[in-house]
Design a protein around this ligand. Sequence first.
Ligand code: NAD
Length: 492
Amino acid sequence: MTTTPTRPTSNAFSAEAQAWQNFVDGAFVPAQSNLIDVTNPANGVLLGRIPESSRTEVDAAVQAARAAQADWEKLPAIRRADYLRQISAKLRQHRLELADVIVKEQGKVRGLAEVEVDFTADYIDYMAEWARRLEGEVLTSDRPNETMLLLRKPVGVVAGILPWNFPFFLIARKMAPALVTGNTIVIKPSEETPLNAYLFARLVAETDLPKGVFNLVGGRGRTVGEALASHPGVDLITFTGSVATGSHIMQLAGKNLTRVNLELGGKAPAIVLKDADLDLAAKAIWDSRVINTGQVCNCAERVYVEREVHDALVEKLVTHFEATRYGDPSVESDLHMGPLVNRAGLDKVAAAVETAKAQGATVVTGGAIADMGQGFHYKPTLLVNARADMDIMRRETFGPVLPIQAVDSLDEAIALANDSDYGLTSSIYTRDLNSALKAARELKFGETYINRENFEAMQGFHAGRRKSGIGGADGKHGLYEFTETHVVYIQG
Ligand code: NAD
């Protein structure tokens, strides 16, 4: 098997059924092993193949990132930002082709896929803006004639392990803060949705980014993911995905005491009080439940509504849920939802609803697989009579299913919301400032949205409590996760 690196040709900008190559040390490298098929979850069409890489290929990528890091760190941050802006410009030039690949391999609706690409380009620019704002501190010494400096330095080589639900944006969420702060990176995309990452690499290859600064290695979690998580040459593992995988990665990283940044699952509560604007609440909760077919970590996953307005809210939600348009986003535009990402995702959602019914919940609308001849579609589903002890109120569903529980007070709603393994996002709908402030004080979550749908901003800080993660992403606090401190004592 040949291993001669090849430069990409710029006219081959298509993901269709190609065999893609890893991007290591500034070049595309022929796969040394088997290939993984990537198919469209809406219709089963084969879209492309990626390498099922081995530990040897991971080693080569980590070594390339290590070799490039020292010179990359020495560049002024503003020069590093220039390279990032070259990448964001490329993304904008190719936004429609990129969105098309996301639509096909993830089943995302076209409008949201375009938002994802645009947001990704903006995110890279936002992180590039930090170049002139990276700051250390001057500390006060206890000794005469002494100056103390706290410097912020890159951690070194970062490994980014990605999920499939916002696959393109997650590349930037890992890469942009890593690179602007002077780190180099190895990215492992999800094997469900890797093609957009290979297109990303192709565009990176068309920029002047020095070789080895950005590397892409495809493959399975059990091989590539574990090789990265246990690699002594990796200084920080930044992972987004499930709690089970995050916990496993942390154990592997523990052997080398490698730092971890974990963005994991969620079970976001939405609290609706009797004084809420119910039209606003129903629309925002529906938006937050059907976006990306319910496959979003910060989606509204459970509702606590004051008993007096329970029926009125349910009626409004039913209207929205029954008006939800779903289908194959690669052939239909103007959809709210596509399919679930794969058969396992569909089976998991269907099983969750069956368990909820067996435990006493009542289906108001939906409650079944949508038979469309092909694709992994589940009907938008509302459940009432949910109780705190039901699995549907405790486990992440990751599909278009919303259980609703009636409560008697804000205190009860907050207590139920906090009684969860997850602590990523939460929301409350009320017109009363005191209630909103009480919720902000007492909800134990990384984010709370008041009278709006759940969707974070790039200048915020997306960080989960409890099993939703360790550390966070975005904004100044997310940026500094990619640095470590170095205190210097200067006498004289
Ligand atoms: P996943 O954990 O199955 O996979 C994520 C990545 O980990 C993939 O690249 C996979 O190949 C890799 N992986 C799998 N097993 C591994 C192992 N043993 N060692 C190392 N790597 C391994 O998650 P997913 O199904 O791709 O994503 C869905 C999950 O991600 C949901 O729980 C969702 O809530 C979460 N998520 C969280 C956020 C957030 O910001 N908190 C954002 C998006 C998704």
